[in-house]
Design a binder for this molecule. Sequence first.
Ligand SMILES: Cc1cc2nc3c(=O)[nH]c(=O)nc-3n(C[C@H](O)[C@H](O)[C@H](O)COP(=O)(O)O)c2cc1C
Length: 372
Amino acid sequence: MIDRGHVEIIRSATFEGMADAHGFPTARYQRYYAMLSRHVKKMVCGFLYISEAGRAMHPGQAGMDSPAKIAAFRPITRAVHDNGAKIIAQIAHAGRQTNHARAEGVSARPSSYFGVRPKALSTAEVEGVIMDFARAAQFARAAGFDGVQLHAAHGYLIHQFMLRSVNDRTDAYAAPYLFLERVIAAVREGCGADFPLWVKISAGVDIESFSRADFLALIHTLDACRVDAIEVSYGTMDVALNIFRGAAPLRTILRFNPLMASKGLAWKLFRLPFEYARLKPFRPAYNLEAARLAQAQTTIPVYAVGGFQSGAEIAAANFKHISLCRPFICEPNFLKKLAANPAYVSKCIHCNLCAVMSDSDRPLRCYLGKQP
Ligand SMILES: Cc1cc2nc3c(=O)[nH]c(=O)nc-3n(C[C@H](O)[C@H](O)[C@H](O)COP(=O)(O)O)c2cc1C
């Protein structure tokens, strides 16, 4: 049994669905973080879009796309700091993984899930997006965030550059990690080396190909860039449930997911079972081996995320940095319960209704298996 005092447990990025139509955080957003920061001392906020074109499909997504956001986020970071906690801003560009007409991507290749054919970014436009990331990081710093996390996982734009089957470019950005390196350099230049810069990555994917050698090359790239932390997750939105693992609540997906409304009966009858066959079963700490492999390559702290739900699993992992999402949705005071009882098991049952409902216009909450 290892001493849990040596394990740092943080809250991983979790989409809130609590912003207005212009991406400004609402009073509810502020109340949520004021509450959460009483229980968790380090957290990453849900992904913030860096530009209108980079917005994801989710209604209620917050943005870090204009100077007006600085004042809007200040009360949130202040509330978190008043509770002695820290908050990192996760910044993202959805690329092809969205449903709006302005979608832009590394190439014109659509994602099988979203189906939208994005406009392929020109070289000059790619460089513009790099500057958008740098600007968003500067806004986040000015708003009082304690660092930024680049969302380079789950099939969003930075990740799209890394996937050979998506990145068919012939310019310099055909090199899978160049875009990420340039974004890191631009953020460092804009915010300074003392502003924590984290990167969230996916160790593997389901549809596109990303080998173990690719993953190692990515870790070596991040090591050379000397980022401040790496978080190891899995997958893309093409098989979104493999990011989370657990139940696949079909009734709720069919009712609330806007992409499903456009699918005909034939798709539902013949394609859906095929999609379900791709799903990976839930198992505890399902990204731990990949995180261990990453940590063996670098002295940069690596966070393992995915499937930690009990004190016993956290202790057995014998891993220094762990991040959790669903256990904190279910029980914001999960850590207090764990401190009182080292064998405590989260009440989260991986019904994944919280995740599926992110596609609706309803704000984040735990459903504990009860269909909305
Ligand atoms: C409702 C919900 C929202 C999420 N939002 C984000 C997000 O904004 N950015 C991100 O990188 N990951 C997001 N994730 C993924 C989690 O950060 C985490 O990688 C995943 O849920 C596995 O961790 P867990 O088993 O502790 O839940 C979200 C997950 C859920 C369930």
